[in-house]
Every structure is written in structure tokens, then in C-alpha cells.
Design a protein around this ligand. Structure first.
Ligand code: FAD
Length: 327
């Protein structure tokens, strides 16, 4: 039977990373195109921790969870985790392996791919199944000027996917999930690095963007600090947060931590208002999955109008104060 394996990343805070549930939701759609492939998770964690996650897995449409527990898995380690992953993958032989393009996933996925002599499409922003039943993984290429859809010649077909590209299911998809414990012998595996401590960088702007329902973003068209103050005022009026295009960041109007796009954050708020942003693909790839997009731009031919739900053609310096007044 065909199967799709998702790596169930556990964070340093002992949460299952949200990208796992985003991938689980996408996998339901992919599974239907390959004879209802089984959706399987691979969980590697310290002893006893898996009990905390079982309900969440059962409610997220997983058919099976392979669990490898050991106290040596308390913190992520390339050598120890890849040993467990490769042993389980060799046993299941999944058609597709999906891993979040997180710091951990970006370390683990290439190690698995290299050991298993298979291809890996990294940092994907789209996944589909083509007419031949193959995984069609899409990612930006040529410095983000083009989107390439890549097929793997080898099995398993592997992809890492950026967090927030897909949405988690909005309701429970409860299954009679089977939990399978695996005992992997890691006694002979030596770590090349020792874990000393975990230092968390506190970047509230990044966390705010991740969870914001409303984002007001400013681009080069906001021209100067006074223009960006308008963007901030509109965000404040709506109870939202501020984001920026790369050009606005390069002009010194906003910090890089709030840049949206290919080399910034991927966001999926309920409402995204793009002010003075042209809509270059490197920007839209980071916000096109927002529920509703409103664009304010003085150029009626700006590409942003091709992807927005509502477009306002005009001078943002006149329109934003008017919007604030009416709100
Ligand atoms: C490898 C690579 C990675 C990149 N990564 C990113 C990324 O992560 N994020 C990102 O944003 N970009 C990224 N870029 C840059 C991207 O290609 C664009 O250059 C950038 O998004 C343009 O920013 P902008 O829309 O603010 O500026 P512009 O393209 O200059 O657009 C400004 C817009 O403002 C409008 N405007 C001007 N005056 C007004 C006014 N008074 N009222 C209303 N509208 C007005 C104009 O009509 C225009 O459409 C990347 C590029 C490369 C090559």
C-alpha cells in the first residue's frame, strides 16, 4: 500500500511543531490522488513523551504513528535522530517523505536523503501529485525569479516544506490511529557534538507575525518614515501587526525580522493589506495564502492586483488616512 510519511518534529519546548499538522492536512489531499495512501507520522522523542501527543495525532488524520523513544532523544542530534529515521523509513518504505523546512528539518532531511541515495526537494512552497502519481514539489528557483516544479527519479520522494505554506485542518479528522513503538539500537552511535544548552532568541516581531490575524504591510511606495507611520497607524487601528517588503527593509523603514517573502517570513493571516507594494513574486510567495488580501497601489497595472481580493487604485498617502478616519 502507498504511504506518505511525515516527520513529527518535537520542539525544544516539547511541542509538536505546527508544520506537522499543516503537512498532515495537505497529505489528506495528496493521499486521495495516490489510492488513499496511508498517512504515517514518525515521532522521535524522549521516553514517555509520546503519550502527550496521541490525541492530537488521532485528531489530525494520521493512520499510523511510528514512535521511537529513548532518553538520548531529549535534544535533537543529527546522528541519533537520523539513525532512528533511516531505520524506520527502511522498514516502511514510504512513497513520499515530508519534513518541515525548520532548523531541525533542514538538518535531518539531507542526512536521510544522502544515506538512502534519494533526491530531496528543499524548501518547497507547493506540493501536488501529477498524472503519473508522482510527487510534484514546487519551490522558487533562479533567485526566486521562477517557480520550479521538481519530480524525483528515486524513491522515496522527499521534500522539505516551509512552515505556514499550508494550513492545518480547521476541524478534527479523527482516525483510529495505530501507535507502533520501535526500539532502535543507538548504543554504538556517538554524537559528534555535545548538547550544552539551548539559547532561545526572543524576537517578538517574528512571533507576532506568525500568529497575527491581521497584517498591514508597507512597501517602497510608502516612501519614507512618515509613510510607514501611516502603515503602523492602520495596523494599530485594526488590532493588527506591521510587515514590510524587502525594498522597504532596504530603505531602512522596517527591520528585516518583519520582512515577508522568499527571504523573509511566510504568513497566512485572515487579512493582509499591502500598501505601496508592487507584488513581485519574491514577496507574494510569502503572503499569497492569506485568507483575504487588500492592495493599495497607485499603479493600476501593479502585479499585486492580480492576486488580491480587493484592490484600491490610488495614492496610499490619501487612502490610508481616509481608511483610518472611517474605521
Ligand atoms: C533572491 C531574491 C529574494 C527576494 N526576497 C524578497 C522577500 O523576501 N520579500 C520581498 O518583499 N522582496 C524580495 N525580493 C525583492 C523583490 O523582487 C522586489 O524587488 C520587492 O518585493 C519590491 O518591493 P516593493 O513592492 O516594496 O517595491 P516596488 O516593486 O518598487 O513597488 C513599489 C510599489 O509602490 C507603488 N507606489 C508608489 N507610490 C505609491 C503611492 N503613493 N501610493 C500607493 N502606491 C504607490 C508603485 O506603483 C509600486 O507598485 C527578493 C528579490 C530577490 C532577487
Amino acid at each position: 500500500m502507498s504511504s506518505i510519511l511525515i516527520y513529527a518534529e518535537v520542539t525544544e519546548d516539547n511541542y509538536i511543531h505546527t508544520v506537522v499538522f499543516e503537512l498532515a492536512n495537505k497529505a489528506q489531499e495528496l493521499s486521495q490522488k495516490i489510492n488513499n495512501a496511508e498517512i504515517i507520522a514518525l515521532l522521535i522523542c524522549k521516553t514517555g513523551l509520546s503519550e502527550n501527543y496521541k490525541e492530537a495525532f488521532s485528531n489530525s488524520g494520521f493512520d499510523k504513528i511510528y514512535i521511537v523513544e529513548n532518553d538520548r532523544y531529549t535534544h535533537y542530534s543529527t546522528e541519533l535522530y537520523s539513525k532512528a529515521a533511516i531505520d524506520v523509513i527502511s522498514e516502511i518504505n514510504p512513497d513520499i517523505i515530508l519534513i518541515g523546512a525548520t532548523t531541525q528539518g533542514r538538518d535531518l532531511a539531507p542526512r536521510i536523503a544522502a544515506t538512502m541515495h534519494t533526491g530531496l526537494t528543499a524548501d518547497c512552497t507547493g506540493l501536488d501529485i501529477n498524472e503519473q502519481g508522482k510527487l510534484a514539489a514546487t519551490r522558487p528557483t533562479f533567485g526566486g525569479k521562477l517557480m520550479a516544479t521538481i519530480l524525483s527519479r528515486t524513491l522515496p520522494q522527499m521534500a522539505t516544506v516551509r512552515p505556514k505554506v499550508f494550513k492545518p485542518a480547521d476541524k478534527n479528522n479523527t482516525k483510529n490511529t495505530q501507535f507502533i513503538y520501535k526500539d532502535i539500537d543507538i548504543s554504538s552511535i556517538k554524537r559528534k557534538v555535545e548538547f550544552i544548552g539551548f539559547v532561545k532568541t526572543l524576537n517578538s516581531a517574528i512571533n507576532e507575525l506568525d500568529s497575527a490575524d491581521i497584517i498591514v504591510a508597507g512597501g517602497k511606495g510608502m516612501k519614507n518614515e512618515a509613510g510607514f507611520e501611516l502603515v503602523k497607524s492602520l495596523a494599530a487601528k485594526l488590532g493588527g501587526v506591521v510587515a514590510a517588503s524587502r525594498d522597504a527593509v532596504e530603505m531602512g523603514l522596517a527591520p528585516q525580522s518583519i520582512q515577508v517573502g522568499q527571504t523573509g517570513k511566510t504568513v497566512t493571516p485572515k487579512l493582509y493589506i499591502a500598501c505601496g507594494i508592487s507584488g513581485a513574486i519574491q514577496h507574494t510567495v510569502g503572503m499569497e495564502n492569506s485568507d483575504k488580501i487588500i492592495a493599495i497601489n497607485s499603479d493600476k497595472n501593479a502585479p499585486i492586483f492580480g492576486i488580491c481580493d480587493y484592490g484600491i487604485v490610488g495614492d496610499a498617502f490619501e487612502i490610508i488616512p481616509e481608511l483610518i478616519k472611517n474605521l
